[in-house]
Design a protein around this ligand. Structure first.
Ligand code: UDP
Length: 397
């Protein structure tokens, strides 16, 4: 089975990470990555994945009618170009790696006649836009994958055409000796004392990720005389607003006088090592659709404290394999951090159960097999069974 994995941007965030890790774990499908030249294709080439470069285009949708028209024309052009490229490549299924990519791949289905899977990574837009997109999905998508229940909720009318497939993580906990070495190495690189307590928050720098809450929690701890370090890992992507937010975070750390305890690392390639070298992962997002970093940290045996909204509670069971807190509630967050730092028995339980959770429900092998099954069903004309949704509901209990 040759699968065209279509990504409409070359920037890399959780959706693209998931694409590459899953693609490497297929046992039946042969993925070919279709995307504009840039970071994604560079990484795919390094991983020896087959790639087809596409021209880049402007598909930014705006309320300004002229910009909106330019964006829509950009989307149609890109959709047309994709339809040409897939026809030349003997492709059996197009796997579009976002809502927008799904729409673009489906515009010209009449031309390429290849089934299209839309992979939804974000909570879909509401209101009229959301309704129009849903109506289009009903008509155009042969199959839709959602990464969590809140992402899936508005699309349940698609019945058996929608499947829940959680992201999967590679289980590769480092052996004890190597762990010690990595811890020393990374802490030295990040100018952080070896014996200090380290929290990390990983992901694109953006207002909705609320890295500011991690800085505020650090401030509260430092005020109570508890020295902690915070590694803010990631870079602003996609929008100017995110660049400005990074500046705001610098200023906040300075204003709260915790600048000496914060490290802004920029984008790192070694997230598994970062997780291994830190003592705790924080996820402070407002309505996180899934949160790949959570499963990556848990797979390393690193405890996680995360906001309870969005898809996070499908992964973390409070006090069993992680801690949940209410978004923006700094007191609750600080309490959670102190509970993990002070209660060794709780910390150990959470770490061990976290690894088990990933092994049993969020392994990359499970995610790759579930996705390949969707391709097979499309090719044989069978419909899905929605077993993913049932499974997730059982898992979340
Ligand atoms: N990531 C990375 N380096 C960084 C920051 C993030 O490799 O400096 C990866 C991280 O390991 C994860 C993905 O980017 O696989 C982020 O996914 P998540 O779903 O947590 O957040 P998103 O940024 O997609 O909203």
């Amino acid at each position: 089975m040759r699968i065209a994995y279509y990504n409409h941007t070359s920037a890399v965030s959780g959706a693209e990470m998931n694409l590459m890790v899953t693609a490497k774990h297929y046992t039946k499908a042969h993925p070919v990555i279709f995307a504009p030249e840039g970071e994604l294709l560079d990484r795919a080439r390094k991983d020896w994945l087959e790639v087809v470069p596409l021209a880049s285009f402007n598909a930014r949708l705006s309320r300004n009618p002229f910009r909106l028209a330019a964006g829509l024309i950009g989307m149609f052009k890109a959709g047309w170009q994709l339809s040409e490229a897939v026809r030349e490549q003997d492709i059996q299924v197009i796997h579009a790696n976002s809502l927008r990519a799904g729409m673009m791949a489906s515009f010209f289905s009449w031309r390429h006649r290849i089934p299209v899977v839309w992979h939804l990574h974000d909570i879909p837009p509401k209101g009229l836009t959301g309704w129009l997109i849903r109506m289009y999905a009903m008509r155009a998508a042969q199959s839709v994958i959602a990464i969590s229940e809140p992402v899936m909720k508005d699309y349940l009318k698609l019945g058996q055409r929608i499947q829940l497939v959680h992201n999967g993580a590679v289980l590769s906990e480092f052996p004890v000796k190597e762990k010690e070495y990595i811890r020393e190495k990374i802490r030295m690189q990040l100018n952080t004392p070896l014996e200090s307590k380290v929290m990390t928050i990983i992901g694109q720098i953006a207002p909705w990720k609320r890295q500011e809450d991690a800085i505020r929690a650090l401030h509260a701890l430092v005020q109570q005389g508890e020295e902690n370090y915070l590694w803010i890992v990631g870079e602003p992507k996609f929008r100017l607003e995110n660049e400005l937010y990074l500046e705001e975070l610098y200023r906040l750390a300075e204003r709260l006088k915790v600048k000496d305890y914060v490290r802004f690392t920029g984008f790192r390639e070694d997230i598994d090592e970062i997780c291994c070298a830190a003592d705790l992962l924080l996820l402070c997002s407002e309505n996180e659709p899934f949160g790949r970093v959570i499963i990556e940290a848990m797979a390393q045996g690193t405890p996680v404290i995360a906001t309870s909204g969005g898809g996070v509670s499908e992964i973390i069971q409070h006090k069993r394999n992680g801690l949940l807190y209410t978004t923006r509630n700094i007191l609750e967050l600080v309490q959670g951090i102190q509970d993990i730092q002070r209660n060794e028995e709780l910390r150990r339980r959470i770490c061990e159960n976290g690894i088990e959770r990933i092994k049993n429900h969020f392994s990359i092998e499970q995610a790759a097999a579930a996705t390949e099954q969707i391709y097979s069903h499309l090719m044989t004309g069978e419909t899905g069974t929605n077993s993913g949704l049932r499974q997730s509901r059982e898992v979340a209990k």
